[in-house]
Design a protein around this ligand. Structure first.
Ligand SMILES: NC(=O)c1ccc[n+]([C@@H]2O[C@H](COP(=O)([O-])OP(=O)(O)OC[C@H]3O[C@@H](n4cnc5c(N)ncnc54)[C@H](O)[C@@H]3O)[C@@H](O)[C@H]2O)c1
Ligand SMILES: O=P(O)(O)OC[C@H](O)CO
Length: 328
């Protein structure tokens, strides 16, 4: 919608004939964005070649679980002059790879060629042209600048960042904390608990992010604290809503069936559980959520376990840097 508002011709690829027909004929996408009026500049097709061949830019927003297969389908239409942007927030759970790695492997292109678009941006609000700010990150400055120029307009403000790793990690990990915040709200634990989850959640996201090689400042930016706040506090958030239903005692399977849309935080919690072990970095909130989601731990017991951890200093945000080291 933003690209169409900027005067570009947009062709969406979708798997459903009915969905494509609805977008083309009624300019609506009633299942995924009910109530929104789409621009006639947006056309949809179920034919990948029609959508991608000859395009100057390709925006990939498949759920993380489908990323490899979707990129594989577009591979034969890819040319190195296409600007490749993705806005998917998650990991490939089997390999623990980031989305830019999966895309570059499938397209056989440099990771630096890819741009990630992330930040606090619920589609429901963007399509209504509510003021929104996001970040585009790439190792290639020219690619990030090109993506910024494509998307930027009066209601959609785009910043650039060179820390693609940090932006991807922040966008993926925040969904875990949003699930936890929803769960806390579902348990009626109040505002103190939610503020604690957000703050300590950001601490653990930063800790693992820095250990993986990200710039700590990225986590104070739009992809970090910005997206964490919007996802953990907005009723638009599927992750928050799923967490809230779990907190109210519903079973994971029933919650997912009732959502009908991707809840990335579930798979990302599993990935984080293994990533934290791989890097030897503690992620206590992600760890407790893993036990709730996949090992039947009661949400109340998870909170008790978090509150009962050994006493800590708040300055242990990063594995190595204490405040003194950080300033020495
Ligand atoms: N919705 C938002 O506001 C928003 C904002 C920023 C980022 N994201 C990210 O975008 C990604 C997609 O989220 P969404 O909101 O569009 O999810 P969604 O569940 O609303 O839509 C996902 C789309 O992918 C399709 N799909 C599902 N499985 C597929 C498969 N195996 N192969 C091909 N297509 C498949 C679905 O049919 C649907 O059209 C997620 O990583 C999400 O975190 C979403
Ligand atoms: O609806 P969610 O929880 O998947 O969140 C969507 C976006 O990531 C918000 O920026």
């Amino acid at each position: 919608s933003v690209l169409a508002a900027n005067g570009l011709e947009v062709t969406m690829w979708t798997r459903g004939e009915e969905q494509a027909a609805e977008i083309n004929n009624q300019h609506r996408n009633s299942r995924f964005l009910p109530g929104a009026e789409l621009s006639p500049r947006i056309q949809a097709t179920t034919n990948m070649g029609e959508a991608v061949q000859g395009a100057s830019a390709v925006l990939i927003v498949a759920p993380s679980s489908a990323m490899r297969s979707v990129v594989n389908q577009l591979k034969s239409y890819y040319t190195p002059d296409m600007l490749i942007i993705h806005a998917t927030k998650g990991f490939e759970t089997e390999s623990l790879k980031r989305m830019s790695t999966v895309i570059s492997e499938e397209l056989e292109c440099e990771e630096g060629h890819i741009v990630v678009l992330s930040g606090p941006s619920h589609a429901e609000e963007v399509v209504k042209r509510c003021p929104t700010t996001v970040v585009v990150a790439s190792l290639d400055k020219a690619a990030a600048d090109a993506a910024q120029a494509l998307f930027m307009n009066a209601y959609f403000r785009v910043y650039t960042n060179r820390d693609m790793l940090g932006v991807e990690l922040a966008g993926a990990f925040k969904n875990i904390i949003a699930l936890g915040a929803g769960m806390s709200d579902g348990l009626d634990f109040g505002d103190n608990a939610k503020a604690a989850l957000l703050t300590r959640g950001l601490a653990e996201i930063t800790r693992i992010g820095v250990e993986m090689g990200a710039n700590p400042l990225t986590f104070s930016g739009l992809a970090g604290i910005g997206d964490l706040v919007v996802t953990a506090t907005s009723q638009h958030s599927r992750n928050w809503r799923a967490g809230s239903m779990l907190g109210q005692g519903q079973k994971l399977e029933d919650v997912l069936n009732s959502m009908g849309m991707v809840v990335e935080g579930i798979r990302t919690t599993k990935a984080a559980y293994f990533i934290s072990q791989k890097y030897g970095v503690q992620m206590p909130i992600a760890d407790q959520l893993y036990h709730v989601l996949f090992q039947d731990r009661e949400p109340r017991d998870a909170v008790e376990a978090l509150m009962g951890r050994d006493p800590k200093t708040e300055m242990e945000v990063m594995k190595l840097e204490t405040w003194e080291q950080w300033h020495s």
